[in-house]
Write a protein that binds this ligand. Structure first.
Ligand SMILES: O=P(O)(O)OC[C@H]1O[C@H](OP(=O)(O)OP(=O)(O)O)[C@H](O)[C@@H]1O
Ligand SMILES: O=c1cc[nH]c(=O)[nH]1
Ligand SMILES: [Mg+2]
Length: 211
């Protein structure tokens, strides 16, 4: 598993505002989107392209386009949905699949409640979006879901990760082609499984507390 932690003053600045508990929901949403666009630049560094010949108004020349099959972007509901617009700003022709997952807050085990993905993901670059990699259980289950559909090239974009979650994910994806692109790696998890210092519950801050 390859891990890239962003190192850019604008990302650190935006993350600081995102973490602040006084930041209101509209600003939180806007910043999430902006942060993802910055992280997406790194995450798509190795996006598959193919050479094409085309004409400028002056002459025939060579260029590149995204290779087929086009990449698949998979936000993990709910919180990952807040990252989708930021990602497709850079990949406007990507297809989008959905996975709905919620973590049981007592056992920390992920429960999958929705799925809308292509049946065959072989040869497809997949970009999974979830802002929080805490115990790593949700992301590991999402990645396993994609492996089971034949995916073999997965990049996850997360805003924050805990060291414990990264370690667990490393074990769960051993020997597979998985890349994680992160805004920051925080200190630890607390007893409630929250990332410290973190930003709280990303889904609640984006969409409100529903339970
Ligand atoms: O690494 P883990 O320990 O599995 O925790 C991380 C998961 O928790 C959050 O989702 P949550 O279950 O709160 O659902 P929500 O997005 O609907 O709020 C987050 O968006 C991840 O999916
Ligand atoms: O800190 C955390 C951990 C899990 N899910 C969140 O939204 N935040
Ligand atoms: Mg939540």
């Amino acid at each position: 598993m390859r891990v890239f932690v962003a190192d850019h003053p604008l990302i650190t600045h935006k993350l600081t505002v995102l973490r602040d508990k006084t930041t209101a929901q509209p600003t939180f949403r806007a910043l999430t989107e902006e942060l993802v666009t910055l992280l997406a630049y790194e995450a798509t560094r190795e996006v598959a392209i193919e050479e094409i010949t085309f004409e400028t108004p002056v002459c025939e020349t060579q260029g590149v386009q995204l290779a087929r099959p086009l990449p698949l972007v998979v936000p993990i509901l709910r919180a990952g949905l807040g990252m989708l617009e930021g990602m497709v700003k850079l990949l406007p022709t990507a297809e989008v699949g959905f996975l709905g997952m919620v973590r049981d807050e007592t056992t920390f085990q992920p429960v999958t409640y929705a799925e809308r993905l292509p049946d065959d993901l072989s040869g497809r670059q997949c970009f999974v979006l979830d802002p929080m990699l805490a115990t790593g259980g949700s992301l590991a289950a999402a990645i396993q879901f994609l492996f089971d559909r034949g995916a073999d090239n997965i990049t996850a974009v997360c805003i924050l990760a805990a060291p414990e979650g990264l370690e667990a994910l490393e074990k769960a994806t051993e020997g597979r082609n998985v890349t994680i692109v992160l805004g920051a790696v925080d200190e630890r998890l607390n007893e409630q499984g929250y990332i410290v210092p973190g930003l709280g519950d990303a889904g609640d801050r984006l969409y409100g507390t529903i339970d």
